[in-house]
Ligand binder design. Structure first.
Ligand code: ADP
Ligand code: MG
Length: 743
């Protein structure tokens, strides 16, 4: 009897050659890795589909019967080739071709059934797979054993060089025969409550299924497990927060907040009032607020956040606003000072008696400037501090930090959030703002340790943005696009031209971020389109860069005489500021830029945006970018230019058709997989959280959330649930947790 195998056992102890292949090709090293390498789909040997269902270049996996085989000499070269003709379950013919016939003639004898995999091509107007991998399925054939597949169901895995699907199944069979699972991650009573099978059986049904119903029950169980593990982590974190002491921060009568409200030039929308009340109620408690405020760009989050900051200041504390970039920090500082007016000049000549001071702290400030600000923060005249990562630095000490507001959460990790929180004597209240509409399931998962508030309406008077898709390979359309830009400028407005990259230089922060974000937002493949392998070999056409486009537009006849400038993350801060200031003041007509203008940049006079290579951006990101125009009362137009005729047009068309950010967020989500949402793409690791489908599994996530809350409520350390405890520590190692929170 061999030693028992556990998830931690190295695969090389169980099998030889396959272990090597799996390690080098797929980074599958332990038994657990292999168990988590899930089939992408299952083929029924009896009814395995038709070759005619696949399109050219598709990755085909099909069971078919050999009808004939011929070896012939190649005219051009000295070699020869073997070509086998096969028929699928419905008698459609196709061929397999091998330019090294050796061995294949024997294996592919007429009458034999094979599982063939390869890329679909065409030869003499007949479908053909060149050099496919295949497995002979007939029991009588040498080296074959159809009985590997108990129910005639063949699990198809992501293709791995040097190992067939059958090879994988055999390996898994070996593993599963000796596998010892410890305590189940899903406690017995919850399995019973939710009608779920145990872990071992789940792996068996996933990898060696007899029926598709078995597969479904396995997936159901694994999805629930994932949801439970994630929700348990979140429940533990919530419990930790709730155990913390905070100082209640409420605005007294006749204070700064009241003065601010009195001078506000507009009425808060009903939604803003509602959210403001939620925040005020949170801040009045002696446990720290953990609230996520989501709302479209321009929905008025900043005003709401500012009111919360004023309440903190009113109660004698300080508030910090953390922004993801210098441009945004500066803009926040400008607009907050403008909104406050004399209230931002407390203690200064001409300032209001009730007023406070607003300080800006960014990395690019000189030592001297910083020292002055740092002193003011430490000693107290400054009530509101706005800044970038610089705020997190050790040297920053607050007199009494009462509220932390984080703008655009996804750019910050929880470590950074916590670093700022640690600067407070008692746990400060925390408000996180995001302009990316977040579907319920993600809110529960990625932001699951927070309460959420949502601003759904935009303040009145905002004009809708019209969006069009422009095929940029069409000269006339592009001409028309630049004319459209010129027309906006002729009406006294301004335009953005957005490029997916800067130019030839090595990418710097902003660019890296944009890229990461794009990957994060775009995800890999559509659910259900499991077989699409990432197109490794096809180099995408080079993306349009800011430098190149700036030069081109300055020569563009339609734009002759216009003042065109550029901005991107590689510019020194003072240049960025100068360009931004020039654009804001109307001294620049057209701004060619990267996604640095994505979040929060506010120039109401900008009414047109052209996004080049729009297919390179994610749906939500396009929506965000487009939010930069139409901020005034003149409406706006957004032109999505793409060279990518097919795949992208459809997606871009959706963006063009709706301005509903929540709808687009849902669409975005449906095009992604869980792992991508949780950052697997960024970390470059195989995500261990990948069974959940955030779109379809919202209810299941909600169930798991309730169950996890219950467990953690009466056993915070999970002492009675060692399986779950282990799963929590194992699966959500530090990095995963960080990514999870970063969203
Ligand atoms: P967000 O931060 O959500 O992108 P902002 O708070 O920056 O939105 O608001 C966008 C613009 O709308 C700002 O110019 C702001 O002054 C204005 N605004 C906010 N709330 C209202 C309101 N209730 N009525 C009219 N204008 C508003
Ligand atoms: Mg804003």
């Amino acid at each position: 009897m061999a030693d028992p195998i556990t998830r931690e056992t190295r695969l090389s102890k169980v099998v030889g050659a396959p272990a090597k292949k799996l390690a080098t090709e797929r980074d599958i090293v332990t038994v657990g890795d292999l168990l988590d390498f899930h089939p992408r789909r299952y083929i029924d040997v009896e009814t395995s589909g038709r070759i005619t269902d696949f399109a050219l270049d598709d990755h085909v996996a099909i069971v078919a019967t050999v009808v004939s085989g011929t070896t012939s000499r190649n005219r051009a070269s000295r070699g020869s080739r073997f070509e086998a003709t096969l028929v699928d379950a419905e008698d459609n013919e196709f061929s397999l071709v091998f330019f090294r016939p050796y061995g294949h003639e024997q294996a592919l004898q007429p009458g034999r059934r094979v599982l063939a995999r390869g890329k679909l091509g065409e030869f003499r107007r007949r479908p053909q797979l060149a050099h496919p991998t295949y497995t002979v399925l007939d029991a009588d054939a040498e080296g074959s054993d159809l009985d590997v597949y108990a129910g005639g169901l063949v699990p198809i895995y992501k293709a791995t060089k040097g190992i067939t699907d059958m090879g994988l199944t055999k390996t898994l069979k070996l593993v599963l025969e000796q596998l010892e699972v410890g305590a189940d991650a899903v406690p017995d009573h919850l399995r019973e409550r939710r009608g779920l099978i145990d872990e071992r059986e789940a792996y068996r049904r996933l990898h060696l299924p007899r029926t598709l119903a078995e597969v479904e029950s396995a997936k159901q169980r694994l999805r629930y497990e994932e949801a439970l593990v994630v929700q348990t982590v979140l429940a533990q974190r919530r419990a930790k927060y709730l155990a913390e002491q905070a100082v209640p921060r409420t605005a007294p009568k006749g204070g700064l907040l009241e003065a601010f409200d009195a001078q506000l030039p507009f009425q808060l929308t009903a939604g803003q009032r509602e959210v403001a009340d939620e925040i005020a109620a949170d801040m009045a408690r002696d446990v720290p607020m953990h609230r996520l405020l989501q709302g479209e760009v321009g929905s008025g989050k900043t005003v709401v956040a500012l009111r919360a900051m004023l309440a903190a200041v009113d109660s004698g504390a300080q508030a910090a606003l953390l922004a993801p970039t210098e441009v945004l920090a500066q803009q926040h500082a400008r607009s907050i000072r403008a909104m406050l007016g004399p209230l931002a000049e407390g203690g200064m000549l001409g300032g209001s008696a009730q007023g406070t001071q607003v300080a800006l702290l960014t990395g690019s400030m000189t030592r001297r400037q910083k020292e002055k600000v740092l002193l003011d923060i430490t000693t107290g005249p400054v009530g509101i501090v706005i800044g970038t990562h610089a705020l997190i630095q050790d040297e920053v000490m607050f007199a009494d930090l009462g509220l932390v507001v984080v703008d655009e959460q996804h750019r910050f990790g929880v470590e950074q959030r916590d670093a700022l929180r640690d600067k407070a004597v008692r746990a400060p209240h925390l408000l996180v703002m995001t302009a990316t509409p977040i579907p319920r399931s993600i809110a529960m998962t990625v932001f699951g340790d927070m309460e959420t508030s949502t601003l759904r309406e935009l303040p009145r008077g905002r004009q809708p943005i019209e969006t069009f898709v422009v095929p940029s390979t069409n000269e006339r359309w592009m001409q028309r696009t630049w004319q459209r830009v010129a027309e906006e400028v002729a009406r006294g407005h301004q335009a953005y031209v957005i490029c997916p990259r800067i130019g030839e230089e090595t990418p710097e922060d902003d660019q890296v971020l944009a890229e990461l974000e794009r990957a994060w937002r775009e995800g890999a493949v559509e659910d259900g389109a499991d077989d699409a392998e990432p197109p490794h070999d096809e180099e995408p056409p080079p993306m349009r860069g800011v430098h190149e486009v700036l030069a081109q537009l300055r020569e563009e006849p339609a734009l002759a005489g216009l003042r065109i400038e550029s901005m991107h993350g590689q510019l020194p801060t003072d240049e960025k500021d100068a360009v931004m200031a020039a654009f804001a003041s109307g001294a620049v007509d057209v701004l060619v830029a990267t996604t640095v203008v994505e979040v929060g940049v506010d120039v109401p006079n900008a009414t047109a945006m052209v996004i080049l290579d729009a297919d390179r951006f994610g749906i939500s990101q396009l929506h965000q970018l487009r939010g930069r125009v139409g901020r005034g009362d003149a409406g706006g137009v957004c032109l999505l230019a793409t060279r990518n005729e097919e795949a992208a047009l459809n997606r871009l068309q959706k963006v063009a058709e709706t301005t509903d950010g929540f709808g687009l967020a849902d669409l975005d989500l449906s095009l992604r997989r869980e792992g991508d949402v949780l950052g697997a793409q960024q970390s470059g690791r195989r995500s261990q959280l990948r069974m959940l489908r955030l779109k379809q599994d919202a209810d299941l996530i909600e169930q798991a959330r309730g169950d996890a809350g219950e467990l953690v409520g009466d056993d915070p350390e999970l002492l009675r649930y060692p399986g779950l405890e282990r799963a929590v520590t194992e699966r959500l190692d530090e990095q995963q947790v960080a990514f999870l929170e970063r969203g």
